[in-house]
Design a protein around this ligand. Structure first.
Ligand SMILES: [Zn+2]
Length: 101
């Protein structure tokens, strides 16, 4: 939540009236955001498996979950959550230039 608040403060300009882009532009921005997020998560996740130290001390917690369910993807070490989910989300938001409002 703190990262999201910082991003919104950085990207929002309260001195001007914000105009929403068209639905076509917003759809494209959303696709770009998904592409950035998925690419980031794929390669960081892959690196966490290749680097034995990171796997043993951080990523292995994610694979302790035995029963697979969708929300289980977020069961991870706090540092991994920050790196994968929070940083990945922030990057996809900034790269896609999505509007915060
Ligand atoms: Zn893994």
């Amino acid at each position: 939540a703190i990262v999201a608040m910082i991003l919104f403060m950085i990207t929002s300009d309260s001195s001007t009236v914000l105009v929403q882009p068209s639905m076509v532009v917003q759809s494209f921005q959303f696709l770009v955001a998904m592409l950035v997020m998925d690419t980031w998560q794929y390669f960081v996740h892959r690196y966490m498996h290749q680097n034995k130290f990171l796997y043993q001390h951080i990523h292995s917690q994610h694979h302790r979950l035995i029963v697979p369910y969708a929300i289980g993807a977020l069961y991870n070490h706090p540092l991994e959550g920050l790196l994968l989910d929070t940083l990945g989300g922030a990057m996809s938001f900034l790269v896609s230039a999505l509007v915060p409002k």
